[in-house]
Design a binder for this molecule. Structure first.
Ligand code: PLP
Length: 428
């Protein structure tokens, strides 16, 4: 990245936009307004913008429902009975998985619990779970309650790994060493793929390999990684993963999650799981007979009827991702986040007011930058908001900004820099 010379001029930002093959994708989204003006929206890590096509996708299903009612399950070009298949190609591309390894279903925390049923089988000897310290609260509560439900003590069962003194992010070598240290006692590594607070993208390949070497499994919460960072879950041999679709995947507030389960578990009816009729062999589902026979692959973990309206909104966004191409998005993402990083350093450099805690190396991050603010606190952030900057604030003093390659431009980043410069003059 250092070879490209960025510049803090409007002309440079405009030229970058002109040369951006993805620039037109911005027009596929609605931008919110702040104080009557179109926002500088850097909050796709929290809630992605609405694709303009969502209404059409929803209307199509509303019409199918109106016109066909129950027959919609088996008739029409996208019969609801098979609707889960529709999102698989795009999800497989985004997750770096085979199509039968992924399925959209439920919500994220629900899926975390369901995956634990299968992949966390503690024994007297092997029972520990490794997670990064400061994990997203839902993941912490999920683990705590799972561990207690197994009759174990969270304090001795859940191993939290912290950055070294004076550092903000974890070193892969330290994670690997911790995995080795717990060795035969370690049942599971269950971390974020990309840490929501620091923006650090973990080396999931190395972590999975280390877990497997001690006989443990590795699963990741990809809430901040799906649609943001390059993923090759299948090749990395990650055992399982889940994510949500409302952050980078732009599918609407609280919308459907998805799971990935490595192909080596595709035909393992013996694995413990909580079952429902939608995970049952679909050829025999309507025989309504006793005896659960799981479907092949991730589909065998489904519980319930596909949520057709939720999937329709999800599909609107996935189709845009497919058109843009996940590799193209990543290429732009590195440039765009690199530009934001450059401008923040240019402007706040000497002052020491802002400290970027997200790793500098593009292969250790997605699009988000997390900034520690050492002066002015939330007032600075609020001031930005008054000028239309939508980012997000996390206590005690972190601002997260996520320029997303699908709908943010280099000019967005440049405009933010101008606002940043003004506010630092005021608060410094
Ligand atoms: C956003 C997020 C969640 C939220 O979970 P829901 O079940 O969708 O409410 C959980 N974990 C992580 C790591 C997240 O980033």
């Amino acid at each position: 990245m250092k070879t490209l010379s960025y510049s803090y001029t409007e002309a440079f930002a405009q030229e970058m936009d002109q040369n951006d093959p993805l620039r037109k994708f911005r027009e596929h989204f609605f931008f919110p307004k702040v104080n009557g003006q179109e926002a500088l929206y850097f909050c796709g890590n929290s809630l992605g913008l609405q694709p303009k096509s969502v209404k059409d996708y929803l209307n199509k299903e509303l019409n199918n429902w109106a016109e066909m009612a129950v027959d919609g399950h088996f008739h029409g070009e996208d019969a609801w009975y098979h609707i889960r298949k529709k999102s698989k190609p795009a999800l497989a591309e985004i997750l770096g998985a085979q199509e039968h390894e992924v399925v959209a279903m439920n919500n994220l925390t629900v899926n975390l619990h369901l995956l634990m049923v299968t992949f966390y089988q503690p024994t007297k000897e092997r029972y520990k779970i490794l997670i990064e310290a400061g994990a997203f609260p839902s993941d912490q509560y999920m683990l705590e309650s799972q561990v207690k439900w197994h009759g174990l003590d969270p304090d001795t069962t859940i191993i939290e790994i912290k950055p070294r003194e004076g550092e903000h992010t974890l070193r892969t070598e330290d994670i690997v060493a911790e995995i080795k240290r717990h060795g035969k006692e370690l049942a599971l590594v269950n971390m974020a793929g990309l840490q929501y607070y620091s923006g650090q993208l973990f080396d999931m390949k190395a972590i999975t390999k280390a877990a497997h070497e001690v006989g443990a499994l590795a699963g990741f919460d990809l809430a901040h990684a799906a649609g943001n960072a390059p993923l090759s879950l299948h090749d990395w041999e990650v055992d399982f993963a889940t994510w949500c679709s409302y952050k980078y995947l732009n599918s609407g507030p609280g919308n459907v999650s998805g799971i990935y389960i490595h192909e080596k578990y595709a035909e393992r009816p013996d694995l413990p799981r909580f079952a429902g009729w939608w995970g049952h062999d679909e050829a025999q589902r309507f025989l309504m007979e006793k005896g659960f026979i799981p479907m092949f692959g991730a589909d065998g973990w489904q519980l319930a009827n596909s949520n057709v309206l939720a999937l329709a909104a999800h599909q609107a966004s996935l189709d845009i991702f497919h058109k843009a191409g996940i590799k193209n998005l990543r290429k732009k993402s590195e440039l765009l986040t690199g530009y934001l990083e450059f401008l923040i350093r240019e402007i706040s450099g000497e002052s020491g007011i802002l400290e970027i805690i997200t790793p500098e190396n593009p292969s250790e991050r997605g699009c988000q930058l997390s900034l520690l603010i050492h002066q002015g606190g939330k007032a600075v952030f609020d001031e930005w908001y008054q000028h239309g900057v939508v980012g997000d604030w996390r206590n005690p003093n972190v601002i997260r900004l996520a320029p997303t390659p699908l709908y943010n431009s280099f000019m967005d980043v440049f405009r933010f820099a101008k606002i940043l410069e003004q506010s630092l003059n005021k608060f410094a």
